[in-house]
Design a binder for this molecule. Structure first.
Ligand code: PEP
Length: 249
């Protein structure tokens, strides 16, 4: 069975409730015919506004982070049951901005990914190399290390329930997009690592993320091992994001 394209909008720390509502109201009529998985990742404060507007549509809603425990003394954190109660269906884990600015570790991710699955939240796990690692020829080593660590607690049978986003750090928010060769090679490698772990690699969705725009989306999304995109900057504009959804075919 072909893999359903998966196009996700990571708003990061952008959009008030009013702005989120306006975005969804503009987006929905433009993507009403899509068969793809279209996922919006608002900040926590705008989750409900997006959830309520998307009922009856193909749009799914993802949080941008969560804590691995269900509850407890973790000031400022939000748990999987809290997200599920809001009808959120997915969660971004391990975005490089969380790794870089908030000390997100592979050890924490090894607990967060199973916690998300245990609550039926689809994890969108982000992995990717720094510019120095790419220049040093260490891309595959970094990807394998992150994948093995972050997915350590996941049974082989459940690996393909995780969506993996290949996000080279040097391409995020920089306007510097990976070449089609670089994106294809890295996404194929990610699939190979999951295959080596015994996962149903042909069912796994692997996304590319890093300066995806309406103008470069079609080429990236046509690559055999790129099943979708995680979009930051261009996903703040409903027309641009709709164009990227359309570019997925
Ligand atoms: C992201 O935030 O995951 C991302 C890929 O951002 P941008 O599209 O702006 O590079």
């Amino acid at each position: 069975m072909p893999r359903t394209p998966y196009i996700a909008a990571n708003w990061k720390m952008n959009k008030t409730v009013a702005e989120a509502a306006e975005f969804v109201d503009t987006l929905l009529p433009r993507i009403s015919a899509t068969q793809h998985d279209v996922v919006i990742c608002p900040p926590f404060t705008a989750l409900t506004a997006v959830v309520e507007r998307r009922y009856g549509t193909a749009v799914k809603v993802a949080a941008q982070n969560m804590h691995e425990e269900d509850s407890g003394a973790f000031t400022g954190e939000v748990s999987a049951p809290m997200l599920v109660e809001l009808d959120v269906e997915a969660v971004v884990l391990g975005h490089s901005e969380r790794r870089q600015f908030f000390g997100e570790t592979d050890e924490a991710l090894a607990r967060k990914v199973p916690a998300a699955l245990a609550h039926d939240l689809e994890p969108i796990l982000c992995v990717g190399e720094s510019e120095a690692a790419r220049d040093g020829g260490e891309t595959e080593e970094v990807l394998e290390r992150q994948l093995q660590a972050d997915l350590a607690g996941i049974e082989a049978a459940d690996l393909s329930k995780v969506v993996i986003a290949y996000e080279p750090i040097w391409a995020i928010g920089t306007g510097k997009v990976a070449t089609p060769e670089q994106a294809q090679e890295a996404c194929a490698y990610i699939r190979d690592v999951v295959r080596m772990r015994g996962g149903a690699a042909d069912d796994l969705r692997v996304l590319y993320g890093g300066s995806v725009k309406p103008g470069n989306a079609a080429e990236l999304l046509s690559l055999p091992d790129v099943d979708g995109a995680l979009v930051g900057g261009a996903a703040l504009d409903a027309e641009d994001f709709a164009a990227i959804v359309e570019a997925a075919g």
